[in-house]
Design a protein around this ligand. Sequence first.
Ligand code: PMP
Length: 282
Amino acid sequence: MFVLLNNDFVNRNECLIDIEDRANQFGDGVYEVIRIYDGEFFLLEDHLKRLIYSLNEAKINYDIHKHKLADQLQKLVEKNAFQDGGIYLQISRGASPRSHPFPKNTEPTLIAYPIPVSKPAESQEHGIKVILQNDFRWLRCDIKSLNLLGNVMAKQSALDAGAKEAILYRDEEHVTEGSSTNVFIIKDGVIKTHPANNYILNGITRLYIFFLAKQLDLTIKEEVFSVKELKQADEVFISSTTSEVIPVVQIDEDQVNDGKPGPIAKQLLNAFSEHKHIKQIQ
Ligand code: PMP
């Protein structure tokens, strides 16, 4: 497998990263996961836009245009003859003796490589169980940061409870997102999802769902909703680059509606594949 390491393509076993890279000690970096369908990037420009946002917010000085990142990623896909899956990409603040302040004169470290992604067909068809869990993460969830301990712990709690995802809430009035997904509820035909602010990651799939809703003439609102609204919703679904759209049919021990995937989630899922040719949303 070829890995893009800064500006070079190297074999995985030649990809040397310093032990004092700040990704290791501090999780001091940002990342993206970009989907590839049939050898082509899906919504690459939108991912790169979000990457620039994360870099700016984290004050990591990396110019993706100067490094011709889009071209390099294209080459990476070609070199690996990659057809279906994802590209994982991370940029850390770079390697420097361990000390909290931002180091001076340190170049960021970029790595990007292909990862397998299998379509969650079974979950999409039958829906999944989720658990509710307190959102104990930091307050800058809008940055796609390498610091994922809170997310990792939440996901494992879900798996330990025989569920597939943890839906997080700050308090009873405020559901935020999943451990690695955005969350949507539907009541009386209206779709609601958390506003794009510091409490959630503004998912690229979330943005794609806004686009699909428009195509399908569905009403979608960015509004905070409560745990009660979540539990009493007609439909619930989650979204992400690797999950696409997955209906939620059980929350802890409670069924969502009749415990089967709902019609709007299905409609979105069907539309998901139909519009995959679109190049950019924002
Ligand atoms: N929220 C969180 C916390 C995530 O980790 C992810 C996926 N990485 C998402 C939402 C969904 O984002 P996207 O649609 O861009 O994959």
